[in-house]
Design a protein around this ligand. Structure first.
Ligand code: HPA
Ligand SMILES: [Zn+2]
Length: 353
């Protein structure tokens, strides 16, 4: 696709474009509910006899004109209403994997929001089962590796998060091959990380990897809260860290990964022009920046679209593009041996293309 990044975006050379497209990649910030394309959303609505307030796929897509995070979340949660059965969760996940594989994504760590579904009376076991079946199929058939990061909705209470954790824990053994992380998403402003201090502490005791959205719309103080109170291992987004030079230095020193989502930032008006995105500045300041697609069905692009948008608008060098991909491998929760294998593959690709 062509992004609407900016009218002054320099065109990428054909060679650079194909280099980016076939680069081996990891995806570390991807909401599975945000991969529900309007076509599938309509098909599931029909299958489940759910009425939609849109006459057509085109009318729905035309509504994807967001002014901020909340304006997106309202549609994203409404869209998730069509997900009712294990098969629905499976089909959505399988469609994402097919799309990710086309972009040479080799490993994906996938957020899912059980509360969006349990609030509507869908069993948490249904959510786990559908997503996991598609992920295991992809692993067995294509060697596509993945993990599941169960995320708490921060506009709900910590008590609600504990209820969700309690409902999910009996499933842990059954999904031990996939479920290894806990995340925090939804409306950031007014819902600081500290609100979830106790439940994150419990998840840490339980041995989960921890991540949290911070510094997308929220201030740098929320990034500090995610680091110091929640004790996360990655910051999801984190682009507002640039407003606090001491925090920037710390993030660089600690090699704290930021899972940046360029097209998301553009669509949600975190930046008004891709040419002004701070990804390149963060990368050049030594931060462990990674590129990800967030909610690609809503934001107009999957992994390659995100890489291509920043490569072009920010005039990234080939070495910088490779560094982004390398950071994605390093920042993943893969075992060291798997990281080593993927890094060797990336080096080999770099040396031969
Ligand atoms: O970008 C996001 N930010 C916060 N919550 C979310 N839930 C889905 N996508 C997002
Ligand atoms: Zn996100």
């Amino acid at each position: 696709m062509t992004t609407s990044a900016t009218s002054t975006t320099p065109a990428l050379s054909a060679a650079m474009r194909s280099f980016v497209e076939a680069l081996p990649k990891t995806e570390l910030h991807l909401h599975i509910e945000g991969t529900l394309e309007p076509e599938l959303l309509f098909a599931l609505a029909q299958r489940n006899k759910v009425a939609l307030p849109y006459a057509s796929v085109e009318a729905l897509r035309a509504a994807y004109d967001f002014t901020d995070l909340q304006s997106f979340l309202d549609l994203y949660y409404a869209g998730a209403n069509v997900l009712q059965t294990e098969q629905d969760f499976h089909d959505m996940t399988a469609a994402y994997i097919a799309r990710a594989r086309a972009d040479n994504v080799r490993h994906a760590e996938i957020f899912f929001d059980p509360q969006t579904h349990t609030e509507r009376g869908i069993g948490i076991d249904v959510v786990f089962a559908g997503i996991a079946r598609a992920l295991r199929q992809a692993r067995d058939e294509h060697g596509f590796s993945s993990a599941m990061i169960m995320s708490f909705l921060r506009h709900l209470s910590e008590e609600d998060a504990f209820t969700t954790l309690k409902a999910a824990l009996p499933l842990r053994e059954q999904y031990r091959d996939l479920w290894n992380g806990i995340g925090l998403d939804s409306s950031e402003r007014g819902n600081p990380p500290e609100k979830f201090a106790k439940v994150f502490a419990r998840c840490r005791e339980l041995g989960f990897h921890l991540v949290a959205h911070a510094g997308e719309e929220g201030p740098p103080a929320y990034i500090l809260g995610a680091l110091d109170v929640l004790k996360v291992e990655r910051i999801d987004h984190g682009v507002r860290s640039e407003e606090d030079p001491a925090l920037m230095e710390r993030l660089a020193r600690e090699k704290m990964p930021l899972t940046v989502c360029p097209l998301s930032n553009l669509k949600l008006c975190v930046v008004d022009d891709m040419a002004k995105h701070n990804l390149a500045r963060l990368l050049r300041a030594g931060l462990a920046v990674t590129v990800n697609s967030d909610d690609p069905a809503y934001f107009g692009g999957y992994m390659n679209d995100n890489y291509l948008a920043v490569a072009s608008a920010l005039e990234l060098s080939r070495a910088e593009i490779v560094q982004l991909a390398r950071n994605g491998i390093d920042a993943s929760f893969l075992p060291a041996a798997d990281k080593g294998r993927l890094t060797a593959e990336l080096d080999q690709y770099d040396a031969t293309h």
